[in-house]
Design a protein around this ligand. Structure first.
Ligand code: PLP
Length: 501
């Protein structure tokens, strides 16, 4: 095929300079082929990038291109220079943090979305994008078994969503007028307190910091032996704070905590929120998606009473990042916290309530057409297809649990309600905690260096804990068996190193 040349600068001045539609077609086909091959052969890549820090930067020119460059060269550099520096999230061996999947329909949805490039800040700036977002999120609500009415918006991440939710929670406190007057230099203002568990995601604390409430305004409630929020301790903390002059305003329980995927007792927390008039925000970023499996509707028990709730379809619902859903039963409060309509954004629709202008429900004005990929995934799989994948991931996780329990020298460190297994190597006769930590870190590093799998760790009761987080659509039983064989191997060889040291 003849190599196509980009226009030189002189030509660009007299034309748009953009890629010719026929070239776009050609490179587009080439890239789609590349994507299909990448996904088909994804097991051949080392999951965790093996490069040394700084090497990608060194391999790239420090100066920007002055002249147009041929697409062939750009694509070649992508393959040769960037690919080795990628950690492959979208492959079956990725089981670190929480595994995610960009599925076929999601990838195609993203392509269309960038081709359309609509910005759904207002209803009129793309009615279909605004209305599809409402429809897709109502479908998702039904799949999750949550009652109406529930208003949803898509944000980039859960970290953004929790910031918006807690801003709304603060706006919901009558008489403080923080939106208007701010918080500084007001001696009459009580100090605000929000509650979450010791196991909560750091995004809750970051939201509190960003809102100017201050880290001391977040009280972390202890958890029980299974890492769930201790509700009696929560109530004692609230009573204590009230007596000391704090103003409690919100509680953030988690369904599927980040380290162990434990489930806080949301119904009991909801009782307390009702009793004390506190905003209930539920963080179900990871595990919420599992409720598309009707057998697991129970995990969202209590969420029907939540003021706000986050579920991330980009985590465990096979939608490419980013797609995080913030649901709320109180859209008016979220709007009261954020809506600000300058003259140039005023229009007939923004006067009435008939259609939402999604810019009103957060800090961001611009809004990508994220609902397209979500809608395509929900339709392509259907609820049964999605539920089947979730069930398979739960089954694989239980297989790992069984092996950990049956195999001498391994120890389970937390319950496994979903598809993330927390365990460690613990050989008989070796009870020195420092040595066990070192052993487990070495074993995990060996797995990650070998390249077939990528695992990450946490600390539970101060013990170095290896996590296997199953969540990629393509992870199968063979993968899990191969990983288990590697773990057993490295456990034996590293034990020799540790005990001979
Ligand atoms: C992943 C996760 C988050 C953060 O999600 P982002 O979308 O990456 O901001 C928050 N809470 C929980 C429980 C999570 O698992």
């Amino acid at each position: 095929m003849e190599e196509s040349r980009p226009l030189d600068v002189a030509q660009q001045l007299t034309s748009t300079g953009d890629m010719d539609p026929e070239d776009l077609r050609r490179y587009g086909h080439q890239i789609v082929d590349w994507i299909a091959d990448y996904l088909k052969n994804s097991r051949q890549y080392p999951v965790l990038s093996q490069i040394t820090p700084g090497s990608i930067r060194l391999a790239l020119p420090a100066k920007p291109p002055e002249q147009p460059e041929p697409m062939e060269q750009i694509l070649a550099d992508f393959e040769q220079t960037l690919m080795p520096g990628l950690t492959h999230w979208n492959v079956p061996g990725f089981m670190a943090y929480f595994a995610i999947t960009s599925s076929g329909p999601g990838i195609l949805g993203e392509m269309l979305s960038s081709a359309l490039n609509v910005n759904a800040m207002l209803w009129r700036t793309s009615p279909a994008a605004t209305e599809l977002e409402q429809v897709a999120l109502d479908w998702l609500r039904q799949m999750l078994g949550l009652p109406k009415p529930l208003f949803g918006v898509i944000n980039d991440t859960a970290s953004t969503g929790v910031l918006y939710a807690l801003a709304a929670a603060r706006e919901a406190i009558p008489d403080l007028a923080i939106r208007q007057k701010g918080m500084a230099g007001r001696p009459e203002l009580p100090r605000l307190r929000c509650y979450t568990s010791e196991q909560a995601h750091s995004s809750v604390e970051k939201a509190i910091i960003t809102l100017g409430i201050g880290q001391e305004g977040l009280r972390k409630i202890p958890t029980d032996s299974e890492f769930r929020m201790d509700v009696a301790a929560l109530e004692r903390a609230i009573e204590e704070d009230l007596a000391a002059g704090w103003r409690p305003f919100a509680v953030v329980p988690t369904i599927g905590t980040t380290s162990t995927t434990s489930i806080d007792p949301v119904p009991a927390v909801a009782d307390i929120c009702e009793r004390y008039g506190l905003w209930l925000h539920v963080d179900a970023s990871y595990a919420g998606s599992a409720a598309v499996n009707p057998d697991l509707h129970w995990i969202l028990a209590g969420c029907e009473r939540a003021d706000s709730l986050i579920v991330n379809p980009h985590k465990w619902l096979f939608v490419p990042i980013d797609c995080s859903v913030l649901y709320t039963r109180k859209p008016d409060v979220v709007k009261a916290a954020f809506s600000l309509i300058p003259e140039y954004l005023r229009n007939a629709e923004s006067q009435g309530d008939e259609v939402p202008n999604l810019m009103d429900y957060g800090n961001a004005l611009g809004r990508r057409f994220r609902s397209l990929k979500l809608w395509m995934v929900l339709r392509y799989f259907g609820q049964e297809g999605l539920a089947a994948r979730i069930r398979e991931h739960l089954r694989l996780a239980q297989l790992v649990v069984k092996w950990v329990k049956e195999t001498p020298g391994f120890e389970l460190l937390a319950p496994t309600p979903f598809s993330t297994v927390c365990f460690r190597v613990h050989p008989q006769g070796l009870d020195d905690e420092a040595k066990l930590d070192a052993l487990n870190e070495r074993v995990m590093n060996r797995v990650n260096e070998a390249g077939h799998f990528f695992l990450s760790h946490t600390k539970l009761h101060d013990k170095y804990t290896i996590r296997i987080a199953i969540g990629n659509l393509h992870t199968n039983e063979q993968d899990i068996r191969a990983l288990w064989a590697e773990l057993q191997n490295y456990a034996q060889s590293e034990l020799k190193v540790i005990t001979s040291a």
